[in-house]
Design a protein around this ligand. Structure first.
Ligand code: SF4
Length: 378
């Protein structure tokens, strides 16, 4: 069982908050796609014949490249890997790229899950974030995907937008629910270094939203979605029954995956487990593939890395920390350290123990990263 991730590193514009790897210069698309197909073929033995359960086109903006190009990448994958019969094939889509023709092509080539970058249905929010679609276009794009038979649909939403009024935010949640999709990813707006948003804040041209208000939005969002039958199966991910992202879930279960394209990460379990990441530069990636030079770095994961990874994924997801798993998998020193750190966190109402597992306390949801980091072995 394994997954494949394909990073398409191009966008037409820069959203103010984004720090993913992408380029707005589209000149090297042809060279990039040839290199990605070459990498897919080159690495086909790394999974030792494991069946591929999930394929994910992310970015950047995969929906901006031609449907024929996506099909060629899938053909390369099919000729080099064994795919499961019910393989989940997802694509990230921006609403402005959705047309009946494109959606029909994606569907005919076997893509069966779409994740639409809605972010907000409010045109003023979208303008503030420098998105290039309107709220109406976002709604229309979901309708088209549904009419063309896409059953597994996800939308991305952002909360904590400082210019967004309470009524706008609540209307966003209502519109998201009314669309009747099975999956919603809700991300808190974070200020990443060197983004346009970071510069605006540095120059006092905008402020971050007050922490209390962000928490209020998150609590509202969680309550409304859960009332509609969504389960929060990861901090940012809500799904109705049978709509969890199988691809993302596999990341949290230490299932092997290969990432193709610049900045893509790969993970292969074993003794030792290996984490690998491709260079975050389009030109260096293409040059590396074409000339046979190194285009990636890798590290062997030690017990401490695996332990920290387990703590992070189990607390971010519905799974929670299972102490018996830690006892079976790690030395006693890790177990003792974890038990004493968990006890401290329980006293501070950051962690709760229920159903035999340790979970984040609801008071800690907004500072999850720092609570989790306190449990790491460094
Ligand atoms: S949010 Fe998506 S569309 Fe916007 S710049 Fe980042 S990768 Fe591109």
């Amino acid at each position: 069982m394994a997954g494949l991730y394909i990073h398409i590193p191009f966008c037409r514009h820069k959203c103010h908050y984004c720090n993913f790897h992408f380029s707005t210069s589209l000149k090297s698309i042809a060279g990039m796609l040839s290199s990605i197909k070459a990498e897919i073929a080159l690495r086909s033995r790394e999974l030792h014949g494991e069946r591929i359960e999930t394929i994910y086109f992310g970015g950047g903006t995969p929906s901006l490249i031609g449907v024929n190009e996506i099909e060629k990448i899938l053909t390369t994958i099919r000729s080099n890997y064994i795919l499961s019969k019910d393989v989940e094939i997802s694509i990230e889509i921006n609403p402005e790229d959705v047309t009946n023709e494109r959606v029909a092509c994606w569907k005919s080539m076997g893509i069966n899950r779409a994740s639409v970058g809605v972010q907000s249905f409010s045109d003023s929010d979208l303008l503030w974030m420098n998105r290039k679609h309107s709220g109406e276009q976002a709604i229309e794009s979901i309708k088209v995907l549904k009419e063309q038979g896409f059953k597994k649909l996800s939308i991305d939403l952002i909360y904590g937008i400082p210019t967004s009024e309470k009524s706008t935010f609540r209307s966003n949640i209502k519109k998201a629910i009314d669309l009747e999709v099975g999956h919603i990813s809700a991300y808190m707006l974070t200020v990443e270094p060197n983004t346009a948003l970071d510069h605006l804040i540095q120059k006092n041209k905008c402020k971050e939203m007050d922490e209390e208000l962000v928490l209020e939005q998150f609590v509202y969002l969680k309550r409304e979605l859960e009332a509609e039958g969504f389960e929060q199966y990861e901090l940012s991910s809500f799904a109705k029954a049978d709509h969890r992202s199988r691809h993302n879930t596999s990341y949290w279960q230490f299932i092997p995956y290969l990432g193709f394209g610049p900045s893509a990460h790969s993970f292969t379990p074993g003794e030792p487990a290996i984490r690998r990441w491709n260079v975050s530069s389009n030109s260096a990636y293409i040059k590396g593939i074409e000339s046979g030079l190194d285009y990636f770095e890798e590290e062997k994961l030690e017990a401490r890395d695996i332990y920290n990874e387990y703590i992070m994924t189990s607390l971010r997801t519905w799974q929670g920390i299972d102490l018996s798993f830690v006892k079976a998998r790690f030395d006693k020193s890790y177990v003792d350290y974890l038990v004493s750190s968990l006890n401290r966190a329980i006293e501070k109402e950051q962690i709760v123990f229920k159903n035999n597992h340790y979970h984040l306390h609801r008071n800690a949801l907004m500072k999850a990263d720092s609570v989790i980091a306190d449990l790491f072995v460094v």
